[in-house]
Structures are given as C-alpha cells and as structure tokens.
Design a protein. Structure first.
Length: 228
C-alpha cells in the first residue's frame, strides 16, 4: 500500500502547479498500470557510475559574415533524484522559427516540449534493471524538482497509465545505443535497436527498456498544431 492516501497526498499539491499534473505524479509513484503489465519504477544508480557528458559543437557567423566555431564543450545531463539513472540532455531549441544569420547564441526555450512553430534537440537515456521507487518519496519535493529541471514534463504524463504520454509535436527519434520497446495504444509495441529510428506524429506512447544496458536516444521535437 502507498505511504500516502490519495486524498491527503493530493491535498498537498504545491502552489502554482496544476492539480492534474500533480495527481499524475502521485499515481505514477504509487499505483500500477491498469493493464497489470508493470508498475512505475526507476533504476537506482550503480555505485561509482557517472553521468554521460555529450560533446556539442555550435557554429555561427561572426560580424564579418565568416562561419566560425562558437562553442565546443561537453554538456552535462539533467538528472532527477526521483528517476535515478535517467538522463536528459537539452542541447538546443527555440520557441519560434529560427532566423539567420545567427551568431550562435542559444535561443530561449524554457520548457522541455516546444510550442507550435518551435523545436527542440536533445538526447535522453533510459536505464535498464529497475526497482520500485520508495513509498516514502517526498512527493511535493519530487514534483517541484521535475518542474524546475524539466518544465512541462509532468503535465503530459497520464495518471492512470504510467509512462504513457502524448505531446503536440512531431518527434524524430534515433536509437544511438542499446535497445528499447516503444509502446502505443492497445498494447502495440516494437523493439528498437541501435541505428533504428522512429517518426512519431503526435502519438500516445511509452518507452520501456527491458534489457541490461542503458538505451540512449537522440530526438528532435517539432512543435505542431493539434486539432482539438
């Protein structure tokens, strides 16, 4: 049984957060998927393991119009105490159509998912071997951490179907290493391995790594208009 009852835990919704998003996190932590296939879980880190730093080279044009290297540096991932082993590299993005020439200054893109006309480029790592998240997890603190580090992430998750989410984006996913199952509606799934790619047209989906190794995926998200 969960440590918190639903009524008392949900009444602790942090100020400024939507109740739907907060309830999504609550159910992800404490209740199994209705399909009975799995419960929400996260791998606990291997002692001594270090996060993956991805080298990112950025180009631009200088005041003379010459193409130049603006930056060449390793990008550390966003990590979450709630989901140890998962890593999110936010590399580039914008909330509107880019304008050129550019001096290589990063456009503002505060939220994880782009609005219509915007885009994101990122890597994310899905860990293997999972164990149940402790029931004593400080729910408000965990929610606040996700909102602060990955704004907009929790809002798209489905409370009663852990891991399933839908975004108003067209996603270009490329598996760089490892393998992962992509699940869609009605339990439909496909196994993807290194070198495989997926084009997701705003579809409801979830990722499951059932292997013994990390799966690293590169993704470009294009903000789209959803017909309601």
């Amino acid at each position: 049984m969960p440590l918190f009852s639903a009524p008392s835990a949900l009444s602790a919704c942090p100020e400024g957060f939507t109740r739907r998003a907060y309830s999504a996190l609550f159910f992800l932590l404490h209740f199994p998927n209705q399909s009975g296939k799995r419960t929400i879980s996260a791998r606990f880190p291997i002692p001594g393991a270090s996060p993956l730093n991805i080298r990112c080279v950025i180009t631009g044009r200088n005041s003379s119009g010459k193409s130049v290297f603006v930056k060449d540096a390793a990008v550390a991932p966003v990590t979450l105490s709630l989901l140890p082993g998962f890593e999110f590299h936010r590399l580039w993005g914008a909330d509107s159509v880019p304008k050129l020439p550019s001096d290589g200054t990063p456009p503002p893109h505060p939220r994880y998912f782009p609005p219509a006309g915007g885009f994101r480029f990122a890597f994310f790592t899905i860990p293997p071997g999972t164990s149940k998240i402790p029931e004593s997890t400080d729910l408000p603190a965990a929610f606040a951490e996700i909102q602060a580090k990955l704004p907009g992430m929790v809002e798209v998750l489905e409370p009663m179907h852990p891991g399933m989410h839908t975004t108003d984006t067209v996603d270009f996913d490329v598996v760089l290493s490892g393998e992962v199952y992509l699940e869609l509606d009605d339990g439909a799934e496909v196994l993807l391995k290194a070198g495989d790619c997926v084009i997701q047209n705003g579809t409801r989906h979830a990722w499951q790594n059932r292997s013994s190794k990390d799966c690293i995926i590169a993704v470009t998200l294009i903000g789209a208009e959803q017909k309601r």
